[in-house]
Write a protein that binds this ligand. Structure first.
Ligand code: ADE
Length: 248
């Protein structure tokens, strides 16, 4: 899967996403991450990408032209790679904004099915609305708080999506059993030593009885979800008790 991040701060994005699991996945060719500097596309001879807002108000706005040209350059490269002409249907363009739909695991799963994904990061007071209307397919937020720019939210989303791409995680099971898979929080886990600060690893995990371990883990997941995230627990129980669709 190929990620493109349109930003005024490409180093920030590449430093954040070039290490650890995603860095390794990129080296192994499972994903690619490219930060595209919007400033490289400005036609302004001083390299300017922002200007005052019409109608007044504090702060500067990112202008339409450099954002549009940066995005089109990426779309054309994607189309060429796909063997299509430069005006193909195009990859999805995610505008990272607190006004968007709130990101969640199911959205990550949906985006992970794309071959290419373009993130657009705003700065200053935002981006000229006209270019958003022309190029953006999805508006996504990472929560109800305001950050100084879209780079951190874009990095959060790329991380959550990339780890679902086949081959990125070493242990394919870890994406299946973890928190939010199936709508439950993950059960507690323990490693050596058996006793630490006087606290013992639960006896059942040392039993070697896989069926009992699985049952214990499910019970722990249920208890934990009910206690910490009653909203998720209710949704899980409702889905479980809902009548199954019957085939004709
Ligand atoms: N840009 C600034 N704050 C944001 C947020 N919470 N989510 C997405 N993009 C943002």
């Amino acid at each position: 899967m190929h990620f493109y991040i349109l930003t005024l701060f490409p180093e920030m994005v590449m430093q954040g996403l070039g290490t650890s699991i995603l860095g390794r996945a990129a080296q192994r060719g499972h994903i690619s991450v490219e930060a595209v500097n919007i400033r490289d596309y400005t036609l302004d001879k001083h390299g300017k990408v922002d200007d005052y807002t019409y109608g007044g108000g504090a702060g500067m706005l990112m202008q339409a032209q450099p954002v549009y040209d940066a995005c089109m350059a990426v779309q054309e490269r994607i189309a060429k790679r796909c063997g299509e002409d430069g005006r193909a249907a195009g990859a999805r363009v995610v505008y990272v904004t607190p006004q968007g739909r709130t990101f969640h695991q199911e959205m990550a799963r949906e985006f992970a099915r794309e071959e290419d994904l373009i993130f657009l990061c705003g700065h200053y007071e935002g981006i000229d609305e006209r270019v958003l209307e022309e190029i953006v397919t999805d508006q996504v937020s990472i929560g109800d708080y305001v950050l100084t720019g879209g780079e951190l939210p874009a990095m959060v989303m790329v991380d959550a999506i990339a780890r679902l791409v086949p081959g990125v995680l070493h242990n394919s099971e870890s994406a299946l059993t973890e928190t939010f898979h199936d709508g439950l929080l993950e059960y507690p886990q323990y490693s050596r030593p058996e006793i630490w600060h006087g606290r013992r690893v639960p006896e059942i995990l040392l039993s070697g009885d896989h069926a009992r371990v699985d049952a214990w883990r499910l019970a722990q997941s249920l208890e934990r979800t009910k206690r910490l995230r009653p909203d998720l627990y209710e949704a899980y129980m409702a889905a479980k008790n809902a009548p199954k669709e019957t085939k004709e």
